[in-house]
Design a protein around this ligand. Sequence first.
Ligand code: HEM
Length: 180
Amino acid sequence: MAVGDILNEILTSPMNIGLLAVIFYLIYKIIRDRNDGGRGPQKPAEPELPKLKRDFTIEELKEFDGNQPDGRVLVGVNGSVYDMTKGKRFYGPGGPYASFAGRDASRNLATFNTEPNDKTEYDDLSDLTPAEMDSVLEWESQFKVKYDYVGKLLRPGEKHTNYDEELETQKDEPETKKEN
Ligand code: HEM
């Protein structure tokens, strides 16, 4: 098939044009944010926020979408909450994946979808296919390496863990392996 035919095929389908638009938009946002990202000396790095250790309900998580004064960005994945503040150019306000901030992003990551998931109830993901669940686990393993684990995303009726004791004992120790 000639290049002209391929182009013709792509450009005559409204769905393909829509997908192309999404791809260009996401690439544009990522490149723009990277260029704005303060590589030069003119923009000092933002001070790191203190480490957070606590559990969250879906409702409590909402507040941490990066629009609040401290700008912290938390994202729920597969029953865990991660502090994605250092990935602000992705998840912060205006970022390509801002819709994940302050929310449980599991279903989006499973289905490769960036539409905001505004479900207010806990999502047990039980209807996901094995392939979709693998996708969630794959993303989560990347997040575990790159971001800090904060705590659990609580199921209805589940109690917040008291992490105070744990933090006390960790104070004098060098940083240990991340939980989960
Ligand atoms: C089809 C258009 C898409 C393009 C062109 C695209 C492009 C990219 C690129 C270039 C990066 C890496 C940026 C870097 O490391 O500097 C990235 C990261 C990422 N993308 Fe996409 N993406 C697309 C769609 C999606 C969709 C639909 C999702 C939803 C699951 C998604 C989720 C992510 C996530 C979670 C990251 C990782 C950010 C991090 O490291 O924390 N992307 N994308």
